[in-house]
Design a protein around this ligand. Structure first.
Ligand code: PGA
Length: 250
């Protein structure tokens, strides 16, 4: 894993966007894996700004998002489809029909999981997957204890995750109880992975990621076995890692 130290969340977003833009320029028809949550918002803003100022084009790009809530329509303001539309898709020249998220409203959720997995495979797999990390080490909605062999599946969200995400809803009760997520094996098949982390609340989990064993109790720990992972994290998120001076931070 390559660790990049950003001074603050702005620099993290700028470096992440530069990383992604470079890949898009190298492979204009690449498959991008995208993430929701608070962390990637600044990166998406940088991508939009760059597209406006420098004309970077996404017209041949295909995107797959990590996850989607079960039971929310794509038009629901808290659905991840809606989030992606607002935060990124509507502002760049990416054709909407080339953007994929699991369908959280599918009648047969198991079939939807299989369809999503096959769709990714049919597009040749993900070239670059953007990831956030939960304070409990989750990636996508793969909570602690999820099998490293898991493919796209339905998850019951933990209390911690629902509480963390309640900030986007008017009450905790409104946060869906289930989601569809790419599995850990799905994520690990991505050719490159870019993980972002910002804020003091990520300091403990980054420390565990840097020092801990590969263990299903910490889903992100599997990334240590991936050949091409870059982590861009800001100073406060790296506080505990740096205390240990374990990684070659720039
Ligand atoms: P956050 O979520 O970006 O809102 O901190 C990260 C995650 O849960 O993967």
């Amino acid at each position: 894993m390559k660790w990049i130290h950003a001074k603050d969340s702005h620099e993290m977003s700028r470096l992440a966007a530069e990383f992604m833009i470079q890949e898009v320029k190298k492979q204009p028809s690449m498959v991008l894996g995208l993430a929701t949550g608070g962390t990637p918002v600044g990166t998406y803003q940088e991508l939009i700004r760059d597209a406006r100022e420098n004309g970077t084009s996404y017209k041949a790009i295909t995107t797959f998002n990590l996850d989607e809530y079960v039971g929310l329509a794509g038009t629901h303001p808290n659905s991840y489809r809606y989030f992606m539309q607002q935060q990124l898709f509507e502002h760049i020249d990416l054709p909407i029909e080339q953007t994929y998220l699991p369908n959280g409203e599918a009648k047969d959720l198991m079939a939807e999981c299989q369809r999503y997995e096959e769709l990714i495979a049919r597009h040749g797999g993900i070239d670059l997957q953007l990831l956030g990390i939960g304070t409990n080490g989750h990636i996508g909605f793969n909570e602690p204890g999820t099998s490293f062999q898991s493919t796209t599946h339905v998850v019951t969200l933990t209390k911690d995750t629902r509480e963390a995400n309640a900030r986007f809803f008017t009450s905790l009760e409104e946060v869906p109880t289930h989601a569809i997520t790419m599995g850990i094996a799905t994520i690990m098949k991505s050719k490159r992975i870019l993980l972002l982390a910002s804020g003091e609340e990520k300091a403990d989990i980054l420390y565990q990621l840097a020092l801990g064993e590969v263990d299903e109790k910490v889903p992100a720990s599997i990334l240590k076995q991936h050949p091409d992972v870059t982590i861009i994290a800001d100073t406060v998120a790296l506080r505990r890692v740096k205390e240990q001076e374990l990684c070659g931070l720039r």
